[in-house]
Design a protein around this ligand. Structure first.
Ligand SMILES: [Zn+2]
Length: 318
């Protein structure tokens, strides 16, 4: 019997820790025993302030990995000059309240790949150490903010001895009817429009090949050609495993349109399958419900799956 391994990840954006109690309640009630991989952006921990409750949500059977958004304080603390270009919030900024605008120009929407390789080395090395020191643990995994990683990011991850990256995402999650022949509706699986962000994802993980810039993907294409799909399985980029976030995040990926066909496909084939989906720590609680929908689908239909952290998954593969 082919095995289905499922990784559930939580992306911590490095912005705020306001919603922790909601998440603790949700997890305690519905999925306390399921291990999670937390991709954490350590921007919160620059102040050395001690945060309570983290050990109520990050449990001993979980994994901590690095998530990187290029927040100005984090970039500067790493000794790198802050950049603002290609911020995917740029086109909306004027429609936001000033307070939110000031937060969003502070780097969250700036793809890390706008930084050059030397800058990325400093930024990733610094962030990895800050995270490891904060949680007294080793970090093996990485996911770039906004699902944007180019050649320089992969090279730095290789050089800093990361075991895996989990940045690759399937364009069809962000654009319904996306295929080799068409870009699709540019609406995500719930029918929401996500602006310039969708175009960046389609350009990076879709069918076109870009030779340079922050959406450079010719390097990745040497190892895995063409568009990432919801059925794309782990592959190697140099020494680094790529564990694609093939099921996307709950804000964009519905159970009906993404997870159900993933499971049907996994049951249909004779080889083992890996499925990765998750939610955002900072997201509203409603945006986490798609995770519960997926879990409920598995239980209701008596589907035999293994819930694993990414590092456990890699170790089980030998
Ligand atoms: Zn993020």
């Amino acid at each position: 019997m082919a095995k289905i391994s499922i990784n559930i990840s939580v992306d911590w954006e490095g912005h705020y820790l306001h919603n922790l109690q909601d998440f603790i309640n949700l997890r305690n009630e519905y999925f306390r025993d399921i291990p999670l991989t937390h991709f954490v952006c350590p921007n919160y921990f620059l102040s050395k302030k001690k945060y309570k409750y983290l050990d109520k949500i990050i449990l001993p059977h979980d994994e901590i990995a690095l998530h990187l958004h290029s927040w100005k304080p984090l970039v500067q603390a790493a000794g790198v000059e802050f950049k603002t270009e290609n911020n995917y919030y740029n086109s909306y900024l004027n429609s936001f309240p000033k307070f939110l605008k000031n937060i969003l120009i502070n780097g969250r929407g700036v793809p890390i790949s706008v930084y050059n390789k030397d800058e990325l080395y400093k930024l990733i090395q610094f962030s990895k150490k800050l995270l490891e020191d904060t949680f007294s643990t080793k970090v093996f995994g990485f996911r770039a903010g906004g699902w944007i990683a180019n050649k320089a990011v992969f090279e730095v991850l290789n050089e800093l001895d990361f075991m895996y990256d989990s940045t690759a995402v399937a364009p069809e999650i962000l654009s319904q009817d996306f295929s080799a022949a068409q870009v699709g509706t540019m609406l995500d699986s719930y029918g929401d429009e996500n602006g310039v962000f969708t175009k960046q994802i389609l350009d990076l993980w879709g069918n076109t090949i870009n030779e340079r810039g922050f959406l450079e993907n010719s390097y990745r294409n040497k190892y895995y050609q063409g568009a990432i799909s919801i059925h794309t399985q782990p592959f190697k980029i140099g020494n680094l495993w790529e564990l694609p976030n093939n099921g996307g995040m709950s804000d964009f990926a519905s159970t009906e349109k993404i997870f159900t066909p993933q499971i049907a496909h996994a049951q249909d084939i004779e080889t083992d399958s890996y499925i990765s989906f998750g939610c955002h720590q900072e997201g509203e609680i409603e945006n986490k419900y798609a995770v519960l929908d997926n879990l409920q689908f598995v239980t209701k239909n008596n589907i035999d799956v293994d819930y694993v952290t990414n590092i456990e998954f890699l170790k089980s593969r030998g």
